[in-house]
Design a protein around this ligand. Sequence first.
Ligand SMILES: [Zn+2]
Length: 602
Amino acid sequence: MPTSRKQAAAAIHYRIEPADLFAHIFRITLTIPEPGAAQEVSLPVWIPGSYLVREFSKNLQGLTAHQGKREVGLTQVDKNKWQADARAGSPLVLTYSVCAYDSSVRTAWLDAARGFFNGTSVCLRVHGQERQRHTLEIASTAATAAWSVATGLAAVKVDNKGFGLYGAVSYDELVDCPVEMGTFWSGRFKACGVPHRFVVAGAAPSFDGKRLLADAQKICEANIRFWHGEGRAPFKNYLFLLNAVGDGYGGLEHRNSTALICGRRELPRLGEARASEGYTTLLGLISHEYFHTWNVKRLRPSEFAEYDYSRENYTELLWFFEGFTSYYDDLLLRRAGLIDDATYLRLITKTIHQVLQTPGRAIQTVAQASFDAWVKYYRQDENTPNATVSYYTKGSLVALCLDLALRRGGKTTLDAVMRALWVRCQGGPMTQDDLRSELKTLSGRSFDGEIAQWVHSTAELPLAELLAAHGVQLRAETAQWAQQLGLRVAENHSVQIKTVLRGGLAEKAGMAAGDEWLGVDVNGQGWRITKLEDVAFYAGAERSITALVARDGRLLRLDLVMPAHSGAAATKKAPSALPAPKTPDTISLSITDAAAVGRWLH
Ligand SMILES: [Zn+2]
């Protein structure tokens, strides 16, 4: 007992109070029992799993420090770091506030309806003491009397609503456990013997919680069996935190929990017989974040062996950790029996389109895309499709190609390679060489050539050939109208040009991102347009028209050559590789051998 009391006394302690719901203010008191003489503290600049420097310290205010009654001097060292002029031998108490008004899963939120926070947004890191035990006291106030708390942190002493004291073995664990507070819906299930809790904030009265629990359970069991067969999952419990909003989508993975956001309308509804498309997408998100519990939170890039919270943490391997997770999220929905073969192929078709309609795939490799995530993927603009490729979508197609190539070889599958990597790296840091090595060991030949071609070059992936070997025909088809023109637009009372794709007809006409396309002139007759399809309607068979465009307060007349065919899709000969980047195109997949598809998907 004296030992545990001593340990409890030595813990870095945070008290967090939802102090002012209307001002969105959390009030934090941090007690450092044994501070250094010039103790440094800092707030992380990023949150693991979301690769952008977000500078959470911009929301921190009113920092003060005391030892007993003595006010301790504080020097701000840089944008997120402070040094306290503390004396050794007496606890240092820091107080500060955090304005919590970002409704995403990455930071913190507080209003009259709910509270949410990640430790990276509210818990100052005590330099040199990160491996100490950390405790977190979540305080209730009169305004939050009806609220409950949910978090993946281990409870030390909490009341029946979850307010009270939680503990973590280190700063890493503390900030890896987001906290939800409010009057949420909550349900529980077991997956392969492991207790799981699902919390949903913001649901409409039509929400079918039973359905969500039953489907989530199937997903979790498919995941646990994927990694361990009849063995045990590497966590004692797991928590889903889902916030249902008017419009939104996203998720962030943690070691024993995940924070998710979805549109309220995507939740399953009472009395609904078939899953909506939106609900299938939500199930894919649940599967994706849960797969990350193994792939990126435990098995992880060697560069993430220890996170550096003060700067970018670069890795070339996100095509593996995000791409392969994207491949397995929907595949495990199929294996769990939540979608059928045709739906699965539709989801793959969508992914192939996203890659095909990105001219940037000829500019950037998926390994480069991963390294550059901090300045490119997370900072998208009008040029993004022209200069970058997504390590999610192309990464998942690399996984698909590897799986199909391994299966064609007849000796192994990508599933077996993933499990072998887990064992080889003991569920910890890994490198690309570990993957290369397991591919060779299990398949009996080197896959270095494929890795070089598919991951480290911009060569097209051999999707048509590999799919054909597994009973699926890939056919190239005439693209959508906007794709043929080389445009991405928003249609809201007029046509607003968001992106002009490289090498397309719109670029040749001189259109630019930010233009508002107001109308067309066809053979001397002017027409107002409000949708892109109006252009084809008014142009008819005319190949040469004039586009009327507003830009920077001026009206421009731009000569536009129309696509050769603006009507129904015309089938072309299936290519052996994907169409060249200069002609972004559309494909369809059809099953030619159901038994072969079954061997792959089940
Ligand atoms: Zn992910």
